[in-house]
Write a protein that binds this ligand. Structure first.
Ligand code: TYD
Ligand code: MG
Length: 455
């Protein structure tokens, strides 16, 4: 006889409680608990997918299987996975609706034409997927499309087809009839993901899961999903912009600071081999308020264009708003300029934008931000062949940036003539091997003098 009981789950983090609570003690979110009926039959232990019974083994006796990795046919994806797909790995691709998750997954499915791929979709019909495939102009004889959401039915097909790779679009549409709650609830996501993990590990089949993102930008469903999978790939980008960034936020088989860049065009996602080149506007005109920051995104150097607009506040309270850059950090940098360098920005509106719809999270972009603000405030352009890499401290000092050689190297490669770095950054850097002129500044005032006070 099936026993059923009611449990409350936090829809944000997946925490469980026997009774309803207003505020989740685990993630502090309000009003996120939802009642779910969980019925568990005594015989609900998961089926095994292989004949062998697992027994404890001595690590000494375990043979490390050097099976290598499977190339996905997309170089950028292989690179951020740490060199291709690992057998038996569970990979989660997260991102906002419409960002290109299904497109990427289908591209992988169709490019892997040496392998049997099963693409399971709970969101689109086979006809819709076919239309997309035609748009991508790719074909794979060994790619099977299945429109199904019940996990048990999926396994029946999986056992028949024995695919080499499985893609599930999306984990939120799957459900198992072992649980009474509806698809997309925390308990269903937990259970179906755990079952697919077991399948992946036992059979050595790589499984891709596509996951939706909620309003706050977190993966919808429980945090446990992120714990269960081996690799989390996060798709980022602006809908109005064609560039998309794929970032690893977790990777058991590679580095977590990898980043790949794609461009969404009419035939799907195309890799961008040299991101810095495309992110910088290729005009010869010098415009005030625009500077280039030499940033490191993950482990990758990336030159980004930062635009600032400083104007007299039209209404009482000045506005400070930024896109792609932390608003509080902008506030801090403006306060430093005001207090340490005497710029009166208190009554000015300041808008900041990182071009290309990219978000930066690199303190060394501070120097470019303040240079942009100063340039817009004075309405004096900064030459397009100049770039910046340095962090600004509260006392107005320019602090050294990490991986400075990589930053200088990238700017040098792209033909920049001058880079401003921190005066404290010199140790161990062999400046002589670069053509680019390196200017060291130790204080905000020094930067100002060097940029705008021509003798
Ligand atoms: P999609 O992969 O369906 O997004 P997700 O699965 O993350 O929700 O991407 C859909 C968007 O991509 C849609 O707005 C149309 C656009 N698109 C192109 O611009 N070019 C293409 O070749 C394809 C297939 C989609
Ligand atoms: Mg989709």
């Amino acid at each position: 006889m099936a026993k059923s009981k009611s449990v409350y789950f936090c829809q944000n983090c997946g925490a469980e409680s026997a009774k309803w609570i207003g505020r989740c003690p685990a993630c502090n979110e309000w009003n996120t608990y939802v009642e779910q009926v969980v019925s568990k039959t005594k015989t609900s232990t998961q089926v095994s997918f292989t004949e062998e019974k697992q027994l404890p083994q001595k690590i000494f006796d375990i043979k490390s299987e050097k099976k290598g990795r499977i190339s996905t046919g997309i170089n950028e994806l292989d690179r951020i996975l740490g060199g291709g797909l690992v057998y038996g790995s569970l990979i989660l691709i997260g991102g906002e609706p419409g960002i290109g998750k299904s497109t990427l997954a289908l591209q992988v499915a169709l490019k892997l034409n040496q392998h049997k791929v099963l693409y399971i979709s709970g969101e689109e019909s086979p006809q819709q997927i076919k239309l997309r495939a035609e748009r991508l102009k790719l074909n794979n004889e060994n790619c099977f499309i299945l429109s199904e959401t019940l996990l048990e039915n999926i396994y029946t097909h999986v056992i028949n087809i024995k695919p080499d790779i499985i893609i599930v679009d999306s984990i939120q549409t799957l459900y198992t009839d072992k649980l009474e709650s509806s698809a997309g609830t925390v308990s269903q996501i937990k259970e179906t993901a755990a079952s697919l993990l077991k399948y992946a590990k036992e059979t050595g089949t790589p499984v891709f899961l596509i996951g939706h993102i909620n309003k706050e930008g977190n993966l919808a469903g429980p945090k446990v999903l992120e714990h269960v999978v081996d690799t989390v790939l996060q798709f980022e980008g602006d809908h109005n912009n064609m560039y998309r960034i794929l970032r690893t936020t977790k990777n058991r088989f590679g580095s977590t600071s990898e980043l790949g860049m794609f461009e969404m065009n009419n035939n799907g996602l195309v890799e961008v081999a040299d991101p810095s080149q495309v992110l910088i506007t290729q005009t010869n005109e010098n415009l005030s308020g625009t500077t280039i920051a030499s940033t490191i995104n993950g482990v990758r150097p990336l030159l980004l264009e930062i635009q600032a607009l400083v104007s007299s506040a039209a209404y009482g309270t000045p506005q400070r708003s930024s896109t792609g850059f932390d608003n509080r950090r902008l506030g801090m940098l403006l306060a430093v300029l005001e207090k340490r360098a005497g710029f009166r920005l208190g009554q000015k509106d300041v808008f900041l934008n990182v071009a290309g719809g990219i978000k930066i999270d690199d303190p060394a972009s501070d120097l470019a931000v303040i240079a942009s603000v100063l340039s817009s405030n004075l309405d004096i352009p900064i030459d397009k062949t100049v770039c910046f890499a340095g962090e600004v401290g509260l006392t107005g000092e320019i602090r050294p940036a990490n991986r400075i050689e990589q930053r200088i190297g990238e700017a040098n490669k792209l033909g920049f003539k001058k880079i401003y770095i921190s005066g404290y950054n010199s140790k161990g850097v062999d400046m002589s091997k670069y053509k680019i002129q390196i200017v060291k500044v130790a204080k905000v005032e020094e930067l100002f003098r060097s940029l705008f006070k021509k003798n």
